[in-house]
Design a protein around this ligand. Structure first.
Ligand code: UDP
Length: 239
């Protein structure tokens, strides 16, 4: 059933940490099912969903570089971590009867399709969730940048950046109880106020491509649906 929604095609960026829940690392089954349950709600409303998944719950290249490892090699390991998360997400979606495809920026054809833009767009049009794995396929980048890139390539209406905090605040709400949430903010304001929405490369690409961003909390029940319905949820970063 298709309902009236503010956005028709979205790119959802999930960090690896989003999947670990209260665990110290890895994938928490209850948490991943809560997330795919929320995504299913918007798919049932007729929204087309692409997902870029991070890998920080399993491996982070920068951290390992600090321990003396070659950065590019560490980053390839980080990208492999995102593929593990992508396979777990696909499995979780399919357990709820949602059709999902994994497209990887690095070729590993036995377990995932290699990223191909026309095929990805076709899947979205067919109502399948497309999970983009292996980031951009290049070291020295992040999955935030991969999300901006795929969001722009897929002609998405919005980038949905899922975080632990339910929006962009005037200060860190964990440290400053008087911090307030921005309902909306422009790209320029976010830059001038030095508010870190995504990493700088990712943010610059969104701004250049006029791909607006909503920052919201994926753990908050119903939040994703409210964002899609255009309700006051999270923070809209717009041009
Ligand atoms: N990574 C990379 N190129 C990319 C995307 C990711 O090299 O285009 C590597 C990098 O080492 C990074 C790791 O994969 O630390 C996990 O990605 P990210 O840190 O973005 O995951 P998240 O913080 O979203 O869980």
């Amino acid at each position: 059933m298709t309902q009236q929604t503010k956005y028709k095609r979205v790119l959802l960026k999930l960090s690896g940490e989003a999947l670990q829940g209260q665990d110290a690392f890895g994938i928490n089954r209850e948490t991943i099912m809560q997330i795919v349950g929320q995504v299913k709600e918007i798919i049932d409303m007729g929204v087309q969903v692409g997902v870029v998944i991070g890998g920080g719950n399993i491996f982070r290249g920068v951290a390992t570089q600090a321990q003396g490892m070659d950065r590019a090699t560490a980053d390839y390991m980080g990208m492999m971590a995102t593929v593990m998360n992508a396979l777990a997400l696909k499995d979780a979606f399919e357990s709820l009867g949602v059709k999902a495809r994994v497209q990887s920026a690095l070729s590993m054809q036995q377990i995932a399709e290699t990223y191909a833009r026309p095929k990805a767009i076709q899947y979205l049009e067919e109502g399948k969730v497309v999970i983009f794995a292996a980031g951009t396929g290049n070291p020295f980048f992040t999955t935030d940048t991969a999300a901006s890139l795929r969001g722009a390539e897929m002609n998405c209406d919005i980038m949905l950046k899922a975080t632990n905090v339910d929006g962009v605040y005037t200060a860190d709400p964990k440290k400053d109880p008087s911090a307030t949430r921005y309902q909306t903010i422009t790209f320029d304001e976010a830059i001038s106020k030095n508010l870190r929405v995504m990493d700088a490369t990712a943010f610059a690409l969104c701004r250049e491509q006029k791909l607006n961003i909503v920052v919201f909390a994926i753990a908050k029940e119903g939040a994703l649906k409210r964002v899609i319905q255009g309700e006051d949820e999270g923070t809209l970063v717009h041009y």
